[in-house]
Design a protein around this ligand. Structure first.
Ligand SMILES: Nc1ncnc2c1ncn2[C@@H]1O[C@H](COP(=O)(O)OP(=O)(O)OP(=O)(O)O)[C@@H](O)[C@H]1O
Ligand SMILES: O=C(O)C1=C[C@@H](O)[C@@H](O)[C@H](O)C1
Ligand SMILES: [Mg+2]
Length: 168
């Protein structure tokens, strides 16, 4: 029986990138909680943070996960970087599928996000220092929320794909 996969990890860990490739390759449905929220609100994440605030966004994350638990199709679900902050969300993700943490160092993440302007939490910050600090605060949440941890530093995209495919 095919298994759904829920990808968790910090901004830039590759959840959307790998989720899209895997779903196309294996004919799974692809879902991304950030995209679902943007569609629901009809505005970019940066705009939701700016006009309605982070708490409002965090509630939408839980709402969207709840809706996904009612779906029967097997899927690859890419989640927002802060999804693991609520225990309730972790339980919902585990009820959807195998929770895979794409782990990367602050150095790797800062490098991948150096030209990015779409993540409101990173706006106007020294990216490396900000990521290092926030990742240290979130490390336990990611590791405890995961069923499986995949280290992505210094691995090429094909090798990471193969590892995730082991859990499909
Ligand atoms: N293993 C990797 N090797 C090289 N580049 C990568 C890797 N993983 C991700 N990237 C690149 O890093 C950038 C961010 O990746 P992506 O958008 O998939 O992250 P995300 O986990 O979905 O982030 P967010 O939580 O903010 O949505 C993209 O440009 C992507 O191509
Ligand atoms: O790490 C976070 O808290 C976030 C990550 C993004 O995926 C978005 O969900 C949003 O920008 C917040
Ligand atoms: Mg993403």
């Amino acid at each position: 029986m095919k298994n759904s996969i829920v990808l968790i990890g910090f901004m830039g860990s590759g959840k959307t990138t790998f989720g899209k490739i895997l779903s196309e390759r294996h004919h799974y449905q692809f879902m991304d909680t950030d995209d679902l929220i943007m569609k629901k609100e009809n505005m970019p994440i940066t705009e939701i943070f700016k006009t309605k605030g982070e708490d409002y966004f965090r509630q939408l994350e839980t709402d969207v996960l709840k809706e996904l638990t009612h779906k029967n199709d097997k899927m690859i679900l890419s989640t927002g970087g802060g999804m693991i902050l609520k225990q309730e969300n972790v339980a919902l993700m585990k009820s959807i599928g195998t929770v895979v943490y794409l782990k990367a160092s602050p150095h790797t993440l800062a490098n991948r996000l150096k030209n990015d302007t779409t993540r409101p939490l990173l706006k106007g910050k020294n990216k490396f220092l900000f990521i290092k600090d926030l990742l240290a605060k979130r490390k336990d949440y990611y590791e405890k929320g995961a069923d499986v941890i995949i280290k992505t530093d210094e691995k090429n995209i094909q090798d990471i794909l193969k590892e995730i495919e082991g859990y499909l």
